[in-house]
Design a protein around this ligand. Structure first.
Ligand code: SF4
Ligand code: SF4
Ligand code: FES
Length: 529
């Protein structure tokens, strides 16, 4: 930001520089000074209705709300004076007048602004003698959202989200005074593809997600920063884990990628991980086998076992990480394989986040030279022109994403003399597979993907792999050893150097450099929209 477009102000004695036009609350937030608030949200318009953010500003006769007051040169702000604290205590008392004593059964407990601010800014007693205003509970607003009327503090964040982000406008504030209530317009329901974000923006437990309701107290969950692998956007997310299961996915702020939003499909993308039957051990000819035996058999097929070099085809997945694909490229070069990439597309790109490319690393796969369509390799197998086919894109044989080449894949599997499959789910291993190698699924491995805009971001492991499943990196390096090709890296940091050797835009970026916000590759990394 050019210097003339910034101002200097003081907040709680700290000198801060902020761009002109920034709300005081946002300047404070960026400086690590939290000002309590309910209705303000950095990616929604300012409503200024909760009054929780009242602060003292020198030369102003009365307290001001920090969310709708913009920074100015020389401004002096104090966030915790006796007057500000008294005003906040008053706001808390007002908000709690009609709030039910629901905390023991409320999903928001543990991450509720009312609870947090009650401790920091509230009174320890109530002066209310009258009955509380009662509202309806368990109001079904849409496919994923349940509303508890009496918990709502009318901050209108949910309304503004539907008006301003999805522009679908399902919600509104109806009636006035004590009877004011959030609701959907008659005949409508809250079913836009991003509806789960209304739960995230709701500062209290009024909006809850059906799929997570009553599943767990949040303090029993471990959090892991990761990236959604549901489409080419690569939204930044937090994975919430209990007992080695991902039980919730929420957005993680990245202004350059997803702000603080994710789509419902990405939010619920952990469900199929628990729904399908996992492939838990290697199989040879359909029977459970030891890893060593499966690897020896797969390596014999890939190399020809000392005899004639087989005609080999490989179908790679653009859901594999850069590190994994770099080893696969090495395998293809070493074994003389033709490699193809399946396109997993559904629907259309929208104006918010969703991309029709349902893979997380197509741009990365292209960087590493995986350009040819899978149809060419599968077609060759279906016509009897290949001896061995190694498929790492398990959706080719699975029901989750409609794959254009699925029919061709079935014909290829039926015709090719030897089929090797690396897969996470047993339902995606065709009966003809000579060797099936159990692979880690989302949330069970670490590695780097490049989104459609060319941003390299890191997927993280959050849970243990089930059974004897291995990461693709582990499988590929073990295959290389079994084939007599030497020691290949099985660790993502070491494999990153392998990827750098293949793709110039990755050069100069240390593995550890790809932090929480990712790294934009030079020239967009060759990504495509
Ligand atoms: S439902 Fe939640 S987000 Fe919507 S107005 Fe009420 S408190 Fe605010
Ligand atoms: S838009 Fe794509 S990356 Fe973002 S949450 Fe949805 S599926 Fe995941
Ligand atoms: S956050 Fe400022 S009035 Fe609500």
């Amino acid at each position: 930001v050019p210097v003339q477009d910034t101002v200097k102000l003081t907040i709680d004695g700290r000198e801060i520089t902020a761009p002109k036009g920034t709300p005081v609350i946002e300047a404070a937030r960026r400086a690590g000074i939290p000002i309590p608030h309910y209705c303000y949200h950095p990616y929604l318009s300012v409503a200024g209705n909760c009054r929780m953010c009242l602060v003292e500003i020198e030369k102003f006769p009365k307290l001001q709300i920090a969310c709708s007051t913009q920074v100015a040169e020389g401004m002096v702000v104090r966030t915790a004076t006796p007057q500000a604290l008294a005003a906040r205590a008053g706001v808390m008392e007002f908000l709690l007048i009609n709030h039910p004593l629901d905390c023991p059964i409320c999903d928001q407990a543990g991450e509720c602004r009312l609870q947090e601010y009650s401790v920091a800014h509230g009174r320890a007693y109530s002066r209310l003698d009258d009955d509380k205003h009662r509202g309806r509970k368990n109001v079904d607003l849409g496919a994923h959202i349940v509303f508890d009327e009496e918990r709502c503090i009318k901050c209108t964040r949910c309304v503004r989200f539907c008006d301003e982000v999805t522009k679908t406008g399902e919600l509104a504030l109806f009636n006035r005074g004590d009877d004011a209530i959030i609701g959907v317009f008659p005949g409508r329901s809250l079913d836009n593809p991003y509806s789960g974000n209304t739960v995230d923006v709701c500062p209290v437990g009024a909006l809850t997600l059906k799929e997570f309701r009553f599943q767990s107290r949040v303090w029993f969950l471990e959090q892991k920063e990761s990236v959604c692998a549901g489409c080419a956007r690569g939204c930044n997310v937090t994975l919430w884990v209990r007992d080695e299961r991902i039980v919730r996915i929420t957005p993680r702020e990245n202004p350059e990628v997803n702000k603080t939003w994710i789509c419902d499909e990405g939010r619920l993308s952990y469900q199929p991980l628990h729904a399908g039957e996992r492939l838990l051990e290697p199989r040879v000819e359909g029977a459970a086998a030891r890893w060593d035996d499966a690897l020896v058999e797969a390596a014999r097929l890939l190399t020809g076992g000392g005899g004639r070099r087989p005609r080999l085809g490989v179908v790679a997945s653009s859901r594999m990480t850069l590190e994994e694909l770099s080893l696969l490229r090495r395998l293809c070069e070493r074994a003389g394989a033709e490699a193809g990439l399946a396109a997993l597309e559904r629907g259309q790109d929208d104006d918010v986040l969703i991309r029709r490319d349902k893979t997380c690393n197509l741009a990365g796969a292209r960087l590493l030279g995986f350009e040819r369509p899978a149809a060419e390799v599968l077609g060759a197998a279906a016509e009897g022109k290949l001896d061995v086919l190694y498929v790492l894109e398990e959706e080719l044989f699975g029901p989750a994403v409609p794959v254009a080449e699925a029919d061709l894949a079935r014909r290829a599997a039926a015709r090719v003399p030897a089929l090797i499959v690396s897969a996470s789910f047993s339902s995606r291993v065709p009966a003809q597979a000579r060797v099936a190698l159990p692979a880690a699924a989302y949330g069970e491995f670490e590695g780097t993907c490049v989104n459609f805009e060319g941003r390299a971001q890191r997927l993280r492991a959050a849970v243990e792999r089930p059974g004897r499943a291995r990461t693709h990196l582990g499988i590929l390096s073990a295959l290389a050893r079994a084939a007599g090709w030497g020691e290949w890296p099985a660790d993502p940091a070491a494999a990153w150097e392998q990827a750098q050797a293949f793709a110039a835009p990755l050069a100069g970026i240390a593995y550890s450099q790809i932090g929480a916000a990712g790294v934009m590759l030079a020239g967009g990394g060759g990504g495509r929209s």
